[in-house]
Ligand binder design. Structure first.
Ligand code: MRU
Length: 347
């Protein structure tokens, strides 16, 4: 049973602190939207769909604390709450998608009594959380049909239960293939600098007894050249209208390697990750994180003091390197511009 990293219990949003896994399993409690924003920014919770779910709870908590009863004034303050949450991480579009959905629900219930409107918003946040798991399961059912029995699958970063409401996108496809009785094994890139692969993907797959082998990021090409990988599946933080896909830094490198070795390269993501307003990947905002993530590893300095550092947290894989994009509404395999628009419409 895959872990659910965000729980809502007795008015409290509980999040599994992903900064401490796999060595410590600590749950933190949130009831204030500013603290939820900080949890997203500092990566207590991470992964595109999961930060969307967390932001929805943050928005509901922010709404609960607004005293103003006249809707126009209430909504102006609610928009400020949503803006603060939206500013935490720029690349994953699911964050803005969830907040837009919360704003739409508020507008659609503008005539509701003040207390009822706040309850409606909290219910919507719970709905977004629950729906995300169902979406992942649907995506998994579509995606597993692409996976052969016996497949050895390379994945990058963590696009698993921990990165979503539960079950996962890339790992959701893998879980669905296992549930369909296929004999699957996974190779997990460690994913420097934040080590989502080494710390999180291995942890959650081992909990489900799915065979997983950890490698350093620079080993993928070697394994491919030796015929030890059959396909690649990754998640996504934002998919542009033409299929260009932003995902964890290093994904692009893996896609180039997969093309060189004639291996299928699959992206698995909910339709909420597709940004039809973004024509192609060139304008997707790429988060740059603190240089200490590169100069340090496990709290230890590994580079000279004062060295110049770059730390882009994501890269963009061009659509031409992607074999298929798997969503809960079906699979896009070619002519992404038309196929993705149709999949989003089917949402
Ligand atoms: O910086 P992170 O850990 O939030 O980045 C996560 C990823 O890049 C995931 O692959 C992506 O969000 C998809 S998660 C289902």
């Amino acid at each position: 049973m895959a872990v659910k990293p965000i729980l809502f219990q007795d008015g409290v949003c509980r999040m599994l602190d992903q900064r401490l896994l796999p060595t410590e399993e600590v749950w933190l409690d949130y009831t204030d939207y500013r603290e939820v924003a900080e949890a997203i920014r500092t990566m207590v919770v991470r992964g595109a769909p999961a930060i969307g779910v967390a932001a929805a709870f943050g928005a509901a908590f922010g709404a609960r604390d607004i005293k103003e009863e006249r809707f126009e004034l209430f909504f102006a303050q609610f928009e400020e709450v949503c803006s603060l949450l939206a500013a935490t991480r720029p690349t994953a579009v699911n964050l803005c998608w969830a907040l837009e959905r919360m704003k739409t629900v508020a507008r659609n219930n503008s005539a509701a009594p003040h207390t009822e409107l706040k309850n409606i918003l909290l219910t919507e946040a719970c709905r977004i959380a629950d729906a995300d798991i169902e979406i992942n399961r649907a995506l998994g059912r579509h995606g597993e049909k692409l996976i052969a029995d016996g497949a050895r699958i390379l994945t990058h970063c963590n696009a698993g239960a921990l990165a979503t409401g539960g079950y996962g996108t890339a790992l959701g496809v893998i879980r669905a293939a296992v549930e369909a009785g296929k004999n699957i094994s996974v190779v997990a890139d460690e994913t420097r600098p934040w080590l989502q692969g080494a710390r999180l993907t291995t942890w959650e797959l081992m909990q489900d007894n799915i065979p997983v082998t950890l490698i350093c990021d620079n080993m993928a090409g070697h394994l491919m050249s030796k015929g030890e990988i059959d396909c690649v599946i990754v998640g996504a933080d934002r998919i542009a209208a033409n299929g260009d896909t932003a995902n964890k830094i290093g994904t692009y490198t893996v896609a180039v390697l997969a093309r060189e070795h004639n291996l299928p390269f699959y992206v698995a993501a909910p339709t909420s990750t597709i940004d039809l307003d973004m024509e192609d990947g060139s304008r997707i905002p790429i988060e740059e994180r603190d240089s200490s993530e590169v100069t340090h590893c496990g709290g230890h300095r590994i580079a000279p003091q004062g060295v110049m550092v770059r730390n882009p947290a994501f890269d963009v894989t061009p659509a031409r390197l992607i074999t298929a994009i798997i969503t809960e509404n079906g699979i896009a395999q070619s002519d992404y511009s038309t196929a993705l628009a149709n999949l989003v419409k089917g949402a």
